[in-house]
Design a protein around this ligand. Structure first.
Ligand code: SF4
Length: 310
């Protein structure tokens, strides 16, 4: 029997300000997919149109992330984008937060203060704790250098910093060592840093090294909210590429399931269109195998194999 489709409530939006990255982490499909698809920057006009619609039409919105499958700080105009987003939030009297996620390579004290001044609420820094043996897990990123930079960051007034780490087979011990180190404790004392650990996902089947990298018991640390019992990504989140395409979710690195384009239609129309509705209906009924790219997704596999889910 088909279950009733619960109402989708947009809580999170991810906007790809451009599609480039300066690293080639093994836990990320970027080095492969960046050669497969057109790359580019989102036009300012399009960014502003998206943010204006999100602020006006979605009072349920909790967060706008200016980052999607990229290194957002390569964008020299990111401050203006944050400033514009904060202005729209004020104009429509909304309460959503503004965040971004960086690998830390471009991070400087000056840049951090500018981000805070522009109105950024949350800065996530993705870290790959690593020793010499595993130094190639994040080519292009020197872990020790990034930590040194973080140590020198000034005390922040409003901006919250979160250190994010993805657990893999190769660096599980290094992560445990790092999160228990004096360095982390000192950083936490200074800037009230948050630490988030998550399991690796296969990015909807696009991550070539997944089986080698995946730590078998990493389901203990969920990459998603499992209490929903189905994948709720397309129920709560919208992920918009630099060219306006709306993905089924942020894991769809191969851009296999495009549900609309914000250049031609409003976000409100896309969010309620038949493609989105069909996706939600199939997910609610655990029909992952009928959906691209869900049928290849490790998150779907988790839901399908979870004994608690009937
Ligand atoms: S199951 Fe589908 S919607 Fe959910 S994360 Fe995987 S690819 Fe995305």
């Amino acid at each position: 029997m088909v279950k009733t489709i619960k109402k989708a409530v947009l809580k999170y939006a991810e906007i790809q300000n451009h599609s480039f990255c300066n690293a080639g982490c093994l836990m990320c499909p970027y080095s492969c997919t960046s050669k497969m698809f057109p790359m580019g920057k989102m036009k300012n006009k399009l960014f502003q149109k998206i943010v204006a619609q999100l602020a006006k039409d979605f009072p349920t919105l909790r967060n706008i992330s200016i980052m999607l499958q990229n290194e957002p700080l390569l964008d020299k105009n990111i401050y203006e984008k944050i400033l514009f987003t904060a202005k729209k939030r004020d104009q429509f009297k909304r309460k959503f937060t503004i965040s971004t996620t960086t690998n830390g390579v471009c991070l400087t004290k000056k840049l951090l203060l500018l981000l805070e001044k522009s109105g950024l609420d949350i800065l996530n820094i993705s870290l790959t704790p690593t020793n010499n043996k595993n130094k190639n897990l994040s080519p292009g990123i020197n872990f020790s250098k990034i930590v040194e930079k973080i140590k020198k960051l000034p005390k922040l007034k409003k901006l919250k910093v979160c250190l994010r780490m993805v657990i893999t087979n190769q660096n599980f011990d290094d992560i445990i060592f790092f999160v228990n180190s004096k360095t982390i404790k000192k950083l936490q004392a200074k800037n009230n840093l948050k630490i988030e650990l998550s399991a690796l996902t296969n990015r909807a089947g696009t991550l070539k090294n997944y089986s080698n990298l995946n730590l078998k018991f990493s389901n203990l640390v969920s990459p998603i909210n499992l209490k929903n019992k189905v994948c709720f990504e397309p129920f709560h989140k919208i992920s918009i590429l630099f060219n306006g395409d709306v993905l089924i979710c942020c894991h769809d690195w191969k851009r296999e399931n495009i549900l609309g384009n914000v250049k031609n239609q409003t976000i409100k129309i896309i969010w309620n269109n038949s493609k989105f509705k069909l996706v939600r209906k199939l997910l609610l009924n655990n029909n992952y195998l009928m959906l691209i790219p869900c049928k290849k997704c490790s998150i779907a596999k988790y839901f399908l194999s979870n004994k608690k889910i009937k």
